[in-house]
Design a protein around this ligand. Structure first.
Ligand SMILES: *[C@@H]1O[C@H](CO)[C@@H](O)[C@H](O)[C@H]1NC(C)=O
Ligand SMILES: *[C@@H]1O[C@H](CO)[C@@H](O)[C@H](O)[C@H]1NC(C)=O
Length: 89
């Protein structure tokens, strides 16, 4: 019985470990990067993101940027004056 219980615990841990330890980097838009004319909802619809994954935004800073905004500011393409560029490490 004790062996059976530890096998069950091992099996549960084995199922959980991949989701916890395999942090993945996703380049948003793949080869197109972060730019205009790309349907990012389409890009993201079959993706599965987990806590610890990294979204990498690649763009030409002459034309594009990445700010943290709320839904209203996103829709109106407005950067609040107290906002700051999001930097990724
Ligand atoms: C960004 O675009 C400008 C204008 O087309 C170009 O001169 C510059 O080389 C580009 N920068 C990068 C990093 O691609
Ligand atoms: C900017 O100011 C607004 C209104 O005071 C506040 O709700 C928001 O959290 C602030 N944003 C940042 C990035 O500090």
């Amino acid at each position: 019985m004790a062996i059976h219980r530890s096998l069950v615990i091992f099996a549960i841990v084995a199922l959980m470990v991949p989701a916890i330890s395999l942090a993945t980097d996703f380049v948003v838009g793949d080869d197109y990067g972060w730019t205009l004319g790309i349907n990012y909802e389409e890009w993201a619809k079959d993706m599965q993101f987990f806590v610890g994954d990294t979204l990498v935004f690649t763009y030409n800073a002459t034309f594009h940027n990445v700010y943290k905004v709320n839904g209203d500011d996103f829709q109106s393409c407005t950067v609040p004056s107290n906002n700051s560029l999001v930097f990724f490490t």
